[in-house]
Design a protein around this ligand. Structure first.
Ligand SMILES: [Fe+2]
Length: 629
């Protein structure tokens, strides 16, 4: 007994030590500068003789804690939020799988109180009889959706839990995230989902069974499919099953007609309620997805600022991603949603003093704790991008990995005759822009050298591919900001001095020169690039990037480039984040359709033709329409 107590004390002590302040010293990437550990193992950055220490913080919320770690009892399900101070309300209701295409909880007439960090859902007497809408009394199983709200009315998490029995009740393997259709081509697809408990699921498609491996995170590849064909699939896990369907892509270059959707910036908005479910604008995201589904989209591209982010702990941003995924999941079970990174996907180390300093950089170790690594963990995206910035002329060492990975945050994919190239303009991102010269780090809006090289090679490859007629490029930050980010993105009020630093040295090319290199590839080196799809600014606006467009500040010494043809910049950061008003820029005469309404951009592709249609997902009114090709 004494031994068990000793082990328990040791365990509590050890985990609190780990949580309180990371004691483990990680190697400081050589790409950073002026950062070291003191003799007690605390990380600091030295700026003009001042030591600025890393903030002492610890994670205070996680998916695990806010899910209440449900357990079955004789009468229902018990939740423990592992914090006695936590009070609030829990709304709940059965999820009637199979009753509609997009299963959602049907909330019960009363809610459970969260008192002293605990809550209870009474099933046996309360959710029975006329309230047994899922027939659990007969089947001896069911699934409940529950929504955790704190005592100030702020929504924090939407959970799902499946149970077995008629009382006593037992909690069983439950799909708590997904399923999502990923990596869809004309012959295969990957279906991903997460379960609360370790299980070995299998998926049935067309009478064939595809087994996953035992665990909680599942990615199951389905191959041997025919092009342009509807398939229904069922996911079988423990005693339960869910069924959905998908359609494979047409043969590459078929020239069929199809629609795809574009949006970005769905982090929490103002106005309360579902506009802010811990990090995500759940309300608008759900409406956007429903409207996309209604328009029968083949895929959805969503480029950055999914969630509030700017977090110091993976536990926090993982919860934000979980809420975003919950909003889109009922639709993501049918078509692929491709995501890219924005500045808000930032996971950081923050160095600060109370009075003056605040320096934040991409979190390291890069392999496990960078913004890029955690984004990769949360989504299943193509892996055909560059490796990292290692190997660039500014790489500090050939023998070490000194930069975060581009894996699953820079990539391209194709659908019929369309290619989409997804860039990361917030890579290795150091949010404290004016401090980059001390800490080093990536600049908001900048495409670093290795990524640019990969981009050029990819565009040339797609130019040579006869199946591809149209190329879309997407990155979070506009080349031409119009409202909200004129002071940064690829403009910085016309100041080309801004650029990333590596190992204490600035990169050779400034932000406007880099914008021009990007434009040169898209416009002059390509005949197929139709548009660059951007966000960051919380508006919809279309900018005609034409040879005549003014795009330099009054005084600009670096080389200027000519453009040989016109492409469009379609900005749609109107998926729910707070709004910005339009500002005056040299290219304002080339901008039209600017609006702060929420917007969903649809591209209707029909062989060589493309029509763009922009709809307000809240009111369903038309915002803009253009024959773009
Ligand atoms: Fe942004």
């Amino acid at each position: 007994m004494r031994q068990i107590a000793a082990i328990l004390i040791y365990f509590v002590f050890f985990t609190s030590l780990l949580n309180g302040q990371e004691r483990k010293k990680h190697d400081i990437p050589l790409s950073y500068s002026n950062i070291s550990y003191d003799k007690d193992g605390r990380l600091f950055i030295e700026v003009s003789g001042t030591k600025i220490y890393e903030e002492r913080s610890k994670p205070f919320i996680s998916i695990e804690s806010i899910s209440g770690q449900p357990e079955g009892t004789d009468e229902g399900i018990f939740f423990d939020f592992s914090s006695p101070e936590f009070e609030g309300t829990m709304y709940y209701g059965f999820i009637p799988y199979g009753d509609s295409k997009h299963p959602h909880p049907v909330y019960f007439r009363s809610a459970a109180k969260i008192i002293n960090g605990r809550a209870f859902i009474e099933i046996a007497k309360t959710l029975s009889g006329r309230y047994d809408m899922v027939n659990w009394e007969e089947n001896k199983k069911g699934t409940i959706g529950y929504r955790v709200v704190n005592d100030r009315g702020r929504f924090l998490y939407d959970g799902i839990i499946s149970f077995k029995g008629k009382g006593p009740f037992r909690v069983v393997p439950t799909i708590i995230e997904g399923p999502f259709i990923n990596l869809l081509s004309h012959r295969d697809v990957t279906i991903s989902f997460t379960t609360n408990k370790s299980t070995r699921p299998w998926i049935e498609v067309n009478g064939r069974k595809f087994r996953g491996s035992r665990g909680t995170k599942h990615e199951i590849s389905i191959d041997g499919l025919d092009p342009a064909t509807d398939y229904s699939y069922s996911i079988n896990y423990a005693d339960n099953s869910q069924s959905y369907n998908f359609q494979t892509a047409p043969l590459p270059g078929s020239g069929t007609s199809f629609t795809f959707a574009y949006a970005s910036d769905s982090r929490s908005g103002n106005g309360g309620g579902e506009r802010d479910i811990y990090g995500a604008n759940f309300y608008i995201m759900k409406k956007i997805m429903a409207l996309a589904q209604y328009n029968d989209v083949s895929f959805f591209q969503f480029t950055g600022d999914l969630v509030n982010g700017y977090q110091q702990w993976a536990e926090h941003i993982n919860l934000e991603y979980a809420n975003w995924k919950r909003a889109v999941q009922p639709f993501g079970a049918y078509f692929p949603i491709y995501v890219g990174m924005g500045n808000h996907e930032a996971l950081m180390r923050v160095f600060s003093t109370k009075d003056r300093w605040n320096i934040s950089i991409d979190r390291f170790p890069f392999e496990t704790q960078s913004s890029e690594a955690v984004f990769n963990e949360n989504f299943v995206m193509p892996q055909n991008g560059p490796d990292s910035e290692d190997g660039a002329y500014y790489d500090p060492s050939e023998n070490s990995i000194d930069f975060p990975s581009y894996k699953e945050n820079v990539f391209y994919y194709t659908y019929d005759n369309v290619a989409m190239v997804v860039l990361n303009s917030d890579y290795f991102y150091a949010p404290s822009t004016n401090m980059i010269r001390f800490s080093s780090g990536g600049l908001h809006g900048y495409i670093m050298n290795r990524q640019l090289e990969w981009f050029k090679e990819t565009i040339l490859k797609l130019e040579a591919n006869t199946d591809i007629d149209h190329i879309f490029v997407t990155q979070h930050t506009p080349c031409f900001p119009n409202g909200g980010h004129v002071q940064d993105d690829m403009w910085y009020n016309g100041n080309n001095d801004y650029r990333p630093y590596v190992s204490g040295a600035p990169l050779e090319k400034g932000i406007i020169e880099r914008r021009d290199e990007l434009l040169d590839i898209m416009v002059n080196k390509s005949s197929k690039v139709v548009a660059i799809l951007t966000g960051d600014e919380h508006n919809y606006a279309r900018t005609e990037v034409s040879p005549e467009m003014e795009r330099y500040p009054d005084i600009y010494l670096p080389e200027k480039i000519e453009l040989t043809r016109t492409i469009y910049q379609i900005n749609n950061g109107a998926a729910g984040a707070p709004y910005y008003a339009q500002e005056e820029t040299p290219w304002t005469p080339w901008v039209s359709g600017f609006t702060t309404q929420n917007a969903l951009v649809l591209f209707h592709v029909n062989g060589k033709d493309i029509e763009m249609e922009v709809l307000n997902p809240d009111t369903l009114e038309e915002v803009d329409r253009l024959k773009i090709r």
